[in-house]
Design a protein around this ligand. Structure first.
Ligand SMILES: Cc1cc2nc3c(=O)[nH]c(=O)nc-3n(C[C@H](O)[C@H](O)[C@H](O)COP(=O)(O)OP(=O)(O)OC[C@H]3O[C@@H](n4cnc5c(N)ncnc54)[C@H](O)[C@@H]3O)c2cc1C
Length: 394
């Protein structure tokens, strides 16, 4: 039986493990944690104070026949098919890396101090709760949300955070006493121009000051000021900063397989690690020119499961990021390698879909609702939506 070793029981790793036939493959899944977290809900913990239980034990999310090992991978030698952990050594016939990405505040001077005090909504339940405690104590002054570097989990999430904060302050009678500032390294609040045509007017209407081309260089917690490489500075009372993202701190014997931010270089159609036929990188840990999102990790996992099974399958770059626009409305950011983002208008139903995902998610990991996703992805193909909107504009 061929040995399939999967590192990382995130959305990508779990879906891949559950997609493989355990009568044909000896599947081992390794994670340093014993829990899996539904990360999109960090938003509602940080900005609404939600206490929803968004974690489940990893061994409760895998089908029988898969071996789960709670170990931390420290070294990978792709030439010799060898993986070292804090507890053991492993070999494989196929390796799949799905180690995600983590915000790393240490790369920006001053940011660790801010992170320790204010938390963030991109890393853990503890940090999301920490941020909520600060938001709920905030009564007036300048609240600043900064996306510290262009790469972050879920491209809509910086704007979502800002819009949810505005809704919270507005509904709690604090808006008049508050200045809201959103700063991004991109030339516009939402990086993809067609979606920005929807997003920017909404942010302006809600009284949010927008600062673009803001590449965060440092933060001075003593004087409460955030500085950019471009020479701009923003004074704050409440800093909400999304730290830069980096790949896992694993020692790769073949150092050339990772880029400067530790993301794994992989083929954009097959997710094969460049130079290797037996090793793949799926989800947030790879350097593919697509969004870092759970949906993307899901689709890539399915393609890799097919490839291992001998099928001719390719990832088309499809993204489908749910986008909470606050006040009960939402949309999706939809595109693929061959089609730009569709300007998909916000509706209450799309918001309902985003919120419902927190329940459906757990079935998705086991593959129970694949048919629903297949129908949804088919119905919302970018080329179909583009045609639909062109027709409605004509
Ligand atoms: C605020 C926010 C909102 C979001 N909203 C959405 C959304 O609406 N829709 C959407 O699709 N996506 C959303 N995302 C993004 C989504 O959560 C991630 O893209 C997704 O979880 C990535 O899956 P993954 O499998 O690549 O990595 P992860 O789910 O991050 O899993 C990585 C796993 O690897 C393990 N690991 C790491 N290093 C090691 C090691 N050395 N040894 C062993 N194990 C290791 C970790 O413990 C973890 O379990 C959001 C994210 C955030 C933060």
């Amino acid at each position: 039986m061929k040995k399939v070793l999967i590192i990382g029981a995130g959305g990508g790793g779990l879906i891949l493990a559950n997609s493989l036939d355990t009568d044909k493959y000896d599947v081992t899944l390794i994670d340093r944690d014993i829990y899996h977290y539904y990360q999109p809900w960090f938003l509602y913990m940080a900005f609404n104070g939600s206490k929803r239980k968004i974690w489940r034990k990893i061994d409760s999310l895998i089908k029988p026949g898969i071996t789960f090992k709670n170990e931390e991978v420290t070294e990978i030698d792709l030439d010799n098919r060898a993986v070292k952990t804090n507890k053991d050594n492993h070999t494989y016939d196929y390796l799949i890396i799905g180690t995600g990405t983590n915000p790393d505040p240490s790369v920006i001077p001053g940011l660790e101090e801010i992170n320790n005090e204010y938390g963030n909504y991109h890393s853990s339940v503890e940090n999301a709760n920490k941020l909520w405690n600060k938001i709920k104590d905030f009564k007036s002054g300048t609240a600043v949300l900064v996306q510290a570097s262009p790469t972050c989990k879920c491209p809509p999430s910086p704007v979502e955070g800002m819009l949810l904060l505005e809704e919270y302050l507005n509904k709690n009678g604090l808006k008049e006493k508050t200045k809201l500032v959103f700063a991004t390294p991109y030339p516009r609040p939402y990086p993809a121009e067609p979606m920005n045509r929807i997003v920017e007017p909404i942010m302006k209407e809600r009284g949010i000051d927008l600062i673009t081309f803001f590449n965060m260089e440092s933060v001075d917690p003593k004087n409460k000021v955030i500085n950019s490489m471009e020479g701009d500075s923003i004074n704050y009372d409440l800093p909400i900063i999304i730290p830069p993202c980096r790949g896992a701190k694993i020692n790769y014997k073949q150092e050339n397989v990772i880029d400067d931010d530790r993301f794994i270089k992989a083929d954009k159609y097959t997710m094969k690690i460049l130079g290797y036929d037996d090793a793949f990188a799926i989800g947030d840990c790879n350097n593919l020119p697509t969004s870092k999102s759970g949906v993307t990790a899901h689709l890539q996992a399915k393609v890799v499961a097919d490839i291992i099974d001998g099928k001719d399958s390719k990832f088309d770059g499809r993204i489908n990021c749910p986008f909470d626009m606050a006040y009960g409305k939402g949309t999706f950011v939809i595109a693929d390698y061959n089609h730009p983002v569709v300007p998909y208008p916000p509706t209450e139903f799309k918001h309902f879909m985003k919120i419902s995902m927190a329940d459906i998610y757990w079935w998705t990991l086991r593959g129970y609702v694949d048919f629903v996703f297949d129908i949804f992805f088919e119905y919302t193909k970018p080329e179909k939506l583009i045609k639909m909107y062109q027709a409605s504009e004509a």
